[in-house]
Design a protein around this ligand. Structure first.
Ligand SMILES: [Zn+2]
Length: 456
């Protein structure tokens, strides 16, 4: 009976894919929803590729997932992924439906799935990855995700015991996840810019996880990312199996090494977050037996999705649009830090929108007070335009951060903001947008490019 129900669910969901496409819908979630509605344990029965890689964590999982897919494709391998779709149970179910034939058997031998860390408990019992890559675990969307230890516990309880973990050795919260599983650690060697005290508003791991003693950081990069040891019990961050060093921003490259070799890799995007992403990906592929020679070539084909970060230079003005996921204080702090480090004068536009229409649930604004808006209180930041439904919340937060009110302009409409913001020749204009504002961001970019072209 269950087999009949499974096949019916499979066929109904498969049939829904062309129907959805014909009606102009993106069939990335709904087919999986149909299948689960008809057959609640559909994920148990659907055929899975023999090799499954799961990418999870708080920040960078979409970028890492897509870069892995790009690199497999560069190697000539056809793989199944949820790259175009959702990372929750219905999204992964949809990908498996697309990757199965009419009897439910998998057509691919390898799959790469970005997996929402909160959904792990509904996915991992059925979709058992050979490798689980955890980019990092930070505080994020606290109304949904609670605390990073809560997420780490979900992963510990649900990652299959057979999965090998690829973990960020500079992130103690990830390091302590699923302690019984086989694992390798990746990281980035000490940098000149590292500190020993946290300058961010939040550091989620301040005491020793073993004895609750005082944790001392040998070096700290941002938030809790760095290397630490306990002054009482000797607990310390693990040694790296894969590490990045000799980051050369002029030559745009980084060396990534392990005990059996090294390679010099072209940097895809020079933020430290993206260099972590690169090292994690090299660790994964090295575990699968690829050589550094192969990987340096494949990495050249890996792209950071344009919708997340785009730089256009027009008439001496750098126009940068960057995704800043609202509710994710850490990711936005990194993005603000990136702006602060940009050479020259700059103007900034904040148009992240974390307020939905009346029918949708709306997050509160507490994340703004975990986020380092103080990084924008900088002499080289000449003006900040705040737009969208949260414009006034952003203004208030910037005032708390000590930004002079004369630098802040409130433009409720995003396009008005784009028409108003000052453009500085030889400088940058940085636009931060949220996950729901890709379309308006394109329009904003167009306006800015047009205005920059006319600058004399
Ligand atoms: Zn201790």
């Amino acid at each position: 009976m269950s087999k009949v129900r499974f096949l019916f669910a499979l066929w109904a969901s498969k049939l829904s894919i062309p129907v959805m496409k014909l009606t102009g819908h993106n069939a990335t979630n709904y087919p999986g929803q149909i299948a689960i509605n008809i057959c609640p344990d559909f994920l148990k029965y659907i055929g899975k590729p023999e090799h499954i890689i799961s990418v999870t964590g708080t920040n960078g999982k979409t970028t890492v997932n897509n870069m892995i897919v790009d690199m497999f494709e560069a190697s000539g391998k056809k793989i199944l992924s949820n790259r175009a779709g959702s990372n929750t149970r219905t999204g992964i179910t949809t990908a498996l439906i697309k990757g199965a034939n009419l009897s439910g058997k998998a057509k691919f031998d390898t799959a790469v799935f970005e997996t929402d860390e909160r959904s792990a408990l509904r996915i991992f019992p059925f979709v058992k990855p050979e490798y689980v890559l955890i980019t990092n675990l930070f505080r994020d969307s606290i109304m949904r995700n609670g605390h990073p230890e809560f997420i780490s516990n979900i992963l510990t309880k649900n990652i299959p015991s057979t999965s090998k973990l690829i973990l960020n050795g500079d992130d103690l919260i990830s390091c302590l996840t699923a302690p019984e599983n086989k694992r390798v650690y990746f990281g980035i060697d000490k940098l000149d810019t590292d500190l020993t005290e946290c300058v961010n508003l939040i550091n989620d791991i301040r005491i020793c996880p073993k004895c609750s003693g005082r944790l001392e950081y040998d070096y700290l990069r941002y938030h809790h990312i760095g290397r630490a040891h306990c002054v009482d019990c000797g607990f310390s961050s693990p040694e790296y199996d894969y590490h990045g060093f000799d980051i050369d921003h002029d030559k745009n490259c980084v060396t990534i090494a392990d005990k059996n070799g090294s390679g010099v890799y072209e940097i895809v995007n020079d933020s430290i977050f993206n260099i972590y992403n690169m090292v994690s990906i090299v660790a994964l592929f090295r575990e699968m037996g690829y050589s550094h020679e192969q990987l340096t070539e494949y990495m050249k084909k890996a792209k950071v999705v344009e919708s997340r970060y785009k730089l256009v230079e027009e008439n001496g003005v750098k126009i940068i649009t960057q995704l800043a996921k609202e509710k994710n204080a850490l990711a936005i702090s990194r993005a603000f830090d990136y702006v602060r480090e940009l050479p020259g004068e700059k103007t900034v536009m904040l148009m992240m929108n974390c307020l939905y229409d009346e029918q949708h649930w709306s997050e509160n604004t507490c994340w703004m007070y975990d986020c380092d808006f103080e990084f924008l209180n900088d002499d080289l930041v000449k003006e900040i335009v705040v737009s969208g439904p949260r414009a006034r919340d952003y203004r208030l937060r910037l005032l708390f951060a000590g930004v002079d009110d004369s630098k802040i302009k409130v433009c409720m409409d995003e396009l008005d903001g784009a028409r108003t913001i000052s453009l500085i020749k030889g400088g940058s204009v940085c636009v931060f947008h949220g996950v729901d504002s890709f379309d308006i961001t394109q329009e904003v970019r167009k306006v800015l490019v047009e205005r920059a072209r006319k600058l004399s």
